[in-house]
Ligand binder design. Structure first.
Ligand SMILES: [Zn+2]
Length: 478
């Protein structure tokens, strides 16, 4: 967030009040198209161990320099699996004959140099599609094992399915609108979308190699997409932009929900209006502010203004250790129904709100900070409980969690507008999504702190509020 300094200049927020009023009034009626916590884009919520199936067949593929490492086992199975998927999906959806990639290369970026059409591999901790020789290559020495340690085997599946998505793009050519001048962001969005389409096929139980549950399994796939996001402050028009975590999870979800033809139809014009990647505004510094008493005061003002239209008594925010005399405590922030207060543990919130260490997150050495906006979102979510209580909505079921995430998204959109004293800055939305996908996140949790089981639904709920305002929060999560 950005705190506009020297702010005796209180910019006017009045014009914005009422923005979040409409939907909330409908909390107890108007239930068109409700989303059930019992499904994820039409598939039942499943709970089982996700990853390589114990009885997976031995892939029949030629891979240069392959080892017997676990990372290679998962990588080679992924290639075999995505080839299975696309050998039906390409002719089925696009009337294009499937051709496997011409070569595959496993290497250790710390070990002996290998070479392919795109050059040397020494020191290149990466996984990539190389269009020069139509090959896919991956670093089994550093990149893959690090990802697996942090996010489990599905991170490898996610990254290589994405890289294979680029190979698919070259096979589709015109049919995906791809030319020499296609901006990187379009290619990346399509590849993430193709990854989502493939994951749906796996989640439907059609893969010989992998099992993915629609709860923890998909959560892990989404988190690993997030891992390879661009750094905050990258412009979406940058030639090498890959999209923010927010943008990337969106593309993945479109593929999962609507299939590969929607992915191929993405163009710069169609995606630009929803892309959130933007450079830091001047004066944002690095986009993180201290989570302290003053910031909580600004947050309270921002929330009061944003939710004024609901015309209910706004909850007070009290720093007293997140305990509630007559209700569940959900530290670091608790909504206490008995006296309509949000009780916070400011020290714990400040810790959660430490800047994100993207490098450390990757290597596992991060202090665990999720950024200021993660901390503010947690508080905002408990505040939104108070607003929901005020309009008579249920607070203790999965829909309450998703509705809350939606309202936090709607508030974030107000906070993104010009002239806010506490304003959303580049990278903030990714902090919220990274927080949302944590198992103990409050942002999509009910009043007792129980999060909605599906991270996929949590992310979608917050995005819905962010892009469409509070209206759908009550209609879809009634
Ligand atoms: Zn890519």
């Amino acid at each position: 967030m950005t705190n506009i300094e020297g702010a005796g200049v209180r910019r006017s927020l009045v014009a914005l009040s009422g923005v979040l009023a409409l939907g909330l009034a409908g909390c107890s009626d108007g239930r068109s198209a409700p989303v059930s916590e019992g499904d994820v884009a039409g598939l039942p919520i499943s709970h089982f161990e996700s990853g390589l199936k114990p009885a997976a067949p031995e892939p029949d593929l030629d891979v240069t320099n392959v080892s017997s490492d676990e990372a290679d086992r998962v990588a080679v199975a992924t290639i075999a699996d995505v080839e299975d998927y696309w050998s039906d999906a390409l002719p089925g959806n696009f009337d294009v004959k499937f051709e496997p990639v011409k070569s595959l290369l496993s290497y250790d970026s710390d070990g002996e140099n290998q070479e392919n059409g795109c050059g040397d591999t020494k020191g290149n901790a990466n996984a990539f599609y190389c269009n020069v020789d139509d090959s896919v290559a991956w670093d089994r020495g550093v990149l893959l094992p690090t990802m697996m340690d942090q996010f489990g085997p599905l991170s490898v599946v996610t990254v290589l399915a994405h890289e294979f998505g680029h190979a698919v793009q070259y096979r589709l050519g015109d049919k995906a609108g791809i030319s020499r001048n296609t901006p990187t962001i379009v290619k990346e969005q399509q590849a993430d979308c193709f990854t989502g389409a493939y994951y749906r096929w796996v989640a439907e139980g059609k893969s010989k190699y992998f099992a993915v549950s629609t709860s923890d399994g998909l959560n892990s796939a989404l988190s690993s997409l997030f891992l390879v996001r661009d750094s905050a402050g990258t412009s979406a028009t940058d030639r090498s932009a890959h999209g923010t975590g927010f943008d990337r999870t969106y593309a993945f979800q479109i593929g999962f929900e609507q299939g590969p033809t929607e992915c191929a139809a993405m163009t710069l014009d169609s995606i630009q209006p929803r892309l959130t990647e933007r450079p830091f505004d001047s004066g944002d510094r690095d986009g993180d502010i201290e989570v302290d008493q003053e910031a909580i005061g600004l947050l309270k003002d921002s929330l009061d203004q944003a939710f004024a239209g609901a015309k209910v008594q706004a909850p007070e925010i009290v720093d007293d250790g997140a305990s509630c005399p007559n209700g569940s405590a959900t530290p670091p922030a608790t909504y206490c129904t008995s006296d309509n207060t949000v009780r916070i543990d400011l020290t714990a919130l400040a810790e959660l709100g430490q800047p994100v260490d993207q490098e450390g997150e990757f290597t596992g050495s991060s202090s665990g900070g999720h950024g200021d906006f993660a901390a503010f979102s947690e508080v905002a979510s408990r505040y939104a409980m108070g607003i929901q209580k005020g309009v008579g909505a249920s607070l203790d079921n999965a829909n309450a969690g998703l509705r809350t995430a939606c309202l936090v998204g709607a508030w974030a959109a107000v906070a993104a507008q010009e002239g806010q004293q506490m304003r959303l800055s580049a990278g903030d939305l990714d902090e919220a999504i990274s927080d949302l996908l944590r198992p103990d996140s409050l942002v999509a949790a009910d009043v007792d702190g129980k999060p909605a089981a599906s991270g996929f639904n949590r992310v979608e709920a917050m995005r819905t509020g962010y892009l469409q305002g509070s209206g759908p929060c009550s209609t879809q999560y009634g």
